[in-house]
Design a protein. Structure first.
Lengths: 274, 441
């Protein structure tokens, strides 16, 4: 997709954007059967409205909504579980809860060290792939190794074991620079499948407008200031007012997330190191 | 606690260490002579105060890592603020998780001794410690920079700041002094709090504001007519009060009057005025050693296959070896020849003022040994004072300037000990400090 087309779609009105998403979803549902397609749901605001969009599209088409996949990466907010339970029951969603228990069972608390030799072959191979050469690593879902094992590997295992052909995820172009290159349909390999991105063109503001306009349930943490929700131990809020009331356009959505690479770079650069 | 144990605790030696990031021995000597630092002046006269050499490259993450482990990068694994993921040109930021050697306080905890460590650079994210740890630069999230996490609310309440806002301070010098003061005050409150809160054997606090000030406004120190000259000296007076305050608390500890306890001070490198920045990757390009895939490369990942070598910040040269990197070109049999050739070329590099940039070009084996030597750069350049080496990927010229005014030096750090213990090299400090905590007969 070229920049111009991207700009055009991002500039659509909210209703037009919602329609556009439904078109993507309808296309996806025609390409893949219900059992071959899963909706990646985190309980966060973006994937919840994506779920809602699927629900609306399926209502229009008279088709059953595909199943959702929820990854328990080892440190989930209770409030997220609450939201997932509520929506799952209200909307009658079949949710597959997945967890890389081979890893998480080895740690009592976040931060505990896990010995790599105690893990199963798949997990050990995955760590080798990262060229990580230590004997142990701390159980930290948002760390380099932790993220890979608890999110990526968990998801890949699920895809492989269930022969999944397509996975819908709620990424957006305006979240991170790396996402600008993403397309609505995106082939992946290892394992081979297609990614579907129905809300790429939504801005953070669009997400909240959609939620409020359509009374879509959302996690209570957003009320008290959280803008973006990751693993419990590494997500913080920079404000106490509801997410949608904050200055979305001029402050960073992911400021409370621990990825922090850009912030580290900025600090190093400011002192001449980079 | 039984009476015997109480007596044992009373009998123990305690040590206090104040780190002043980047403060040169020569500057302290100068300030001492000009009554700029009354507390430190009288303190330095009471023990050993001397120059100290540090590591190469002489940057804080490597230097403080060397200080806390008592060893060099080949043993502790930290070679710079950035490094490459093995077998790739992909950059990552080594942090405390990547430090591969026991620290000073790890050794103490083996003897059940406690340490308080405040604002030590290169200790982020914070790890469990017998005592308390607050990470220093580069620490972007207070919630991951503290052990035990139970003290975070206290730190927040007292306005503790990990660092000044360096991005803003670099451009706004009025703000810089304001922020330096606020950060120092928060640091002081944290010291007062943890001094009482933890029953420590070793107490370490590092001031990093000094380094920030000298990067941004070195000229305000050297040039007595500079509009911020007084502000510069006033900040050092504040730092001096900070030291004086801690020294007073130190004196009131059991055993201090009898010289059983030790008061240490040191820096992790010195500072001097930047004459010019030197962009090593540009030099490598100009001399045919480095090519990029595009006209405006952003990172080393944009390197082109026909490259012999590339530089990592600030002064590390990596040879693009076959089998080591995806586009590796140099055969291992050719490694020595290429290194010698590069060393030769770098030694001949001169600035417009006619002076040579390089004081010494080291082979990796001259600086490092140990299990992590494979990660080490093949060559490291130590420059003469004034020539600030940079590993920036893209630059139109070899020489240039930014608005930064001060650069690090390797040979002008300082060391002080109240009982006359000497230390000429930062690699020796850990041993000396552990020695100071051993009970004396």
């Amino acid at each position: 997709m070229n920049q111009e087309e991207q700009k055009r779609i991002v500039g659509l009105s909210l209703d037009e954007k919602i329609n556009y998403s439904k078109i993507i979803i309808t296309e996806a549902l025609s390409r893949f059967t219900r059992d071959d397609l899963y909706i990646a749901w985190t309980g966060g605001k973006d994937s919840t409205i994506m779920l809602w969009l699927f629900r609306e599209a399926c209502k229009d088409l008279g088709q059953p909504i595909p199943g959702a996949m929820f990854i328990d990466e080892g440190h989930v907010f209770e409030e997220i579980i609450e939201l997932v339970d509520k929506v799952k029951n209200e909307w009658n969603i079949e949710v597959s809860f997945i967890k890389n228990t081979d890893v998480s069972d080895k740690a009592k608390n976040v931060g505990d060290l896990i010995r790599i030799s105690d893990l199963n072959e798949r997990n050990r191979k995955e760590i080798e792939k990262l060229e990580f050469t230590e004997d142990t690593f701390p159980f930290e879902p948002e760390s380099f190794v932790g993220n890979h094992l608890m999110k990526t590997v968990a998801m890949n295992l699920f895809i492989e074991e269930n022969n999944i052909k397509a996975l819908a995820t709620a990424i957006r172009w305006d979240e991170q620079e790396a996402r600008i290159k993403e397309d609505f349909f995106s082939p992946r390999n290892n394992p081979d499948h297609t990614r579907i991105h129905p809300i790429l063109h939504f801005k953070e503001r669009d997400i909240w407008d959609t939620i409020h306009k359509n009374n879509i349930p959302f996690c209570s943490l957003y009320y008290i200031g959280y803008r973006s929700l990751g693993a419990k131990g590494s997500t913080f809020k920079n404000s106490d007012i509801p997410a949608w009331e904050q200055d979305l356009e001029n402050t960073s959505e992911r400021a409370g997330r621990s990825q922090g690479k850009e912030e580290i770079m900025e600090q190093l650069r400011s002192l001449g190191y980079m | 606690m039984g009476l015997f144990n109480k007596l044992l605790k009373k009998e123990r030696n305690r040590s206090v260490i104040i780190g002043l990031d980047g403060v040169p021995f020569s500057m302290l000597k100068d300030l001492k002579e000009n009554s700029g630092i009354p507390n430190m002046s009288s303190l330095f006269d009471k023990g050993y105060f001397g120059k100290m050499n540090v590591c190469v490259p002489e940057i804080s993450s490597v230097s403080w890592s060397s200080f806390m482990t008592g060893t060099q990068s080949g043993e502790h694994g930290i070679f710079g603020f950035i490094d490459l993921e093995p077998g790739t040109y992909k950059m990552y930021f080594p942090n405390f998780m990547n430090l591969k050697h026991n620290t000073l306080w790890d050794e103490l905890s083996k003897e059940d001794k406690k340490a308080v460590v405040i604002n030590m650079p290169a200790t982020y994210p914070a790890k469990k410690i017998n005592g308390a740890l607050i990470s220093g630069f580069v620490a972007i999230d207070i919630n991951k920079a503290v052990y035990p996490t139970s003290i975070i609310p206290d730190l927040n309440k007292m306005g503790y700041r990990i660092d000044v806002d360096t991005m803003k301070a670099r451009q706004d010098h009025d703000f810089l002094f304001q922020d330096l003061k606020n950060t120092l005050e928060g640091r002081r409150r944290a010291v007062d709090f943890l001094w009482k809160e933890i029953d420590w054997d070793l107490f370490i606090v590092v001031i990093t504001g000094t380094d920030r000030l000298m990067h941004f406004l070195w000229n305000a120190y050297e040039d007595t007519g500079h509009s911020y000259h007084k502000n510069f000296l006033d900040y050092f007076k504040l730092v001096d009060s900070f030291v004086g305050n801690i020294y007073e608390k130190f004196l009131s500890l059991n055993g201090s009057k009898e010289d059983k306890n030790n008061f240490f001070m040191l820096s992790d490198h010195g500072f001097t005025k930047i004459k010019t920045e030197v962009y090593l990757n540009r030099w490598l390009q100009d001399n045919g050693y480095l090519k990029f895939q595009k006209d405006n490369p952003k990172t080393i990942m944009d390197i082109a296959p026909d490259s012999t070598a590339f530089a990592l910040d600030p002064s590390r040269i990596h040879i693009n070896m076959k089998g080591k990197y995806p586009f590796g070109k140099v055969d291992i049999s050719d490694l020595n020849r290429v290194c010698e050739e590069l060393k030769d070329g770098l030694e001949k590099l001169c600035f417009d003022d006619g002076n040579c940039v390089a004081k010494k070009v080291y082979f990796k084996e001259e600086l490092y040994n140990g299990p992590y030597i494979d990660q080490a750069p093949d060559l490291v350049v130590l420059s003469h004072h004034g020539y600030d080496l940079k590993g920036r990927v893209s630059s139109p010229e070899v020489f240039g300037l930014t608005n930064l005014q001060g650069m690090h030096t390797q040979d002008d750090a300082f060391f002080f000990n109240s009982n006359g213990m000497q230390c000429n090299s930062i690699f020796e400090a850990k041993k000396i400090i552990l020695e100071s905590l051993k009970p004396k007969q």
